[in-house]
Design a protein. Structure first.
Length: 294
């Protein structure tokens, strides 16, 4: 009998995550406060070198879950384990070490980048904040990271406003990679970008994962985007995970009504359009091959 091949190691695990917020009802200063449960008993696993997509409509709790996993919010109850260690109660130096391993790329690159700082200062800030030296010096380190994310290293002294939205998001990715994390949380990291720019950033993330082994927790509401990058998908609805599975299996045969509703909302490409696109791609490949041999 052939022995089973072990799958990728589980790197990060969330168990029973609950997050409650106290909100004031209508009626002004004397209104009674009520408790809003934004995340309600969420269980997820992220495996080494893979992408787990958390999907759902706005208000489903997926971004709150991401912030709990990254310790940007404190849990009401439940645990987050990273490489087998509970990180929900970490503080001080131990919390700094955890944040070196888990970094976040936010939805709006311009609001998450200090407009007064140059790219060099933005990219090196996480190392400075953690009291770590910048390998090779700030200028060389920044130029190297900019090349890795597809930016012109000669622009390291520019400010965020001098870049397009896609370029600014690449700066955010470079900042996240500066401390050498194992997990990158992409919180709607491409949803504010044009479709063509989305594809470029997704291809960048996939290349970095393939070459350097990053694990991504990818937050999105667009299943068409998720299909391009995810290995596994967890569907959230009203603060709970209603379905989890491998990407292809979940897209082919969703088990939950809410998942089926999300998939039904994805725009469909007409088969004849897709066939024409593939034919054009084959023609270009053939032409490129002939030019290389002449």
């Amino acid at each position: 009998m052939t022995p089973a091949v072990p799958g990728p190691q589980v790197l990060l695990t969330a168990r029973g995550l609950v997050k409650e917020f106290s909100v004031r009802g209508q009626g002004g200063a004397f209104a009674r406060k009520r408790v809003l449960r934004a995340v309600d008993g969420v269980d997820v696993e992220l495996r080494a070198g893979q992408t787990l997509a958390l999907v759902g409509e706005s208000g489903s709790g997926k971004s709150t879950t991401a912030r709990l996993v990254a310790r940007l919010l404190e849990v009401t109850s439940g645990t987050v384990e990273f490489q087998g260690d509970d990180v929900t109660r970490l503080s001080g130096a131990a919390l700094h070490r955890f944040r070196s391993e888990v970094q976040v790329v936010f939805q709006d690159p311009y609001s998450s980048l200090n407009p007064r700082h140059t790219v060099e200062r933005i990219v090196t800030a996480p190392l400075v904040y953690q009291g770590r030296s910048v390998p090779g010096g700030a200028r060389a380190f920044t130029r190297s990271l900019m090349e890795r994310v597809g930016l012109n290293p000669d622009h390291s002294e520019r400010h965020p406003a001098q870049f397009s939205g896609g370029q600014a998001q690449r700066i955010g990715i470079a900042r996240a990679l500066a401390v050498g994390p194992k997990v990158v949380v992409c919180d709607e990291a491409v949803s504010a970008l044009d479709v063509s720019v989305q594809a470029q950033v997704i291809n960048l993330l996939r290349r970095l994962q393939r070459e350097e082994g990053y694990s991504y927790l990818f937050i999105a509401h667009d299943l068409a985007v998720v299909r391009q990058i995810a290995h596994r998908v967890a569907v959230m609805h009203q603060g709970r995970v209603v379905e989890t599975g491998d990407r292809d299996a979940l897209f082919a045969s969703p088990a939950h009504d809410y998942t089926r509703a999300l998939l039904a909302a994805v725009p469909r490409i007409r088969p004849e359009w897709e066939a024409a696109r593939r034919a054009r791609a084959r023609t270009r490949e053939t032409a490129d091959g002939k030019r290389e041999t002449t």
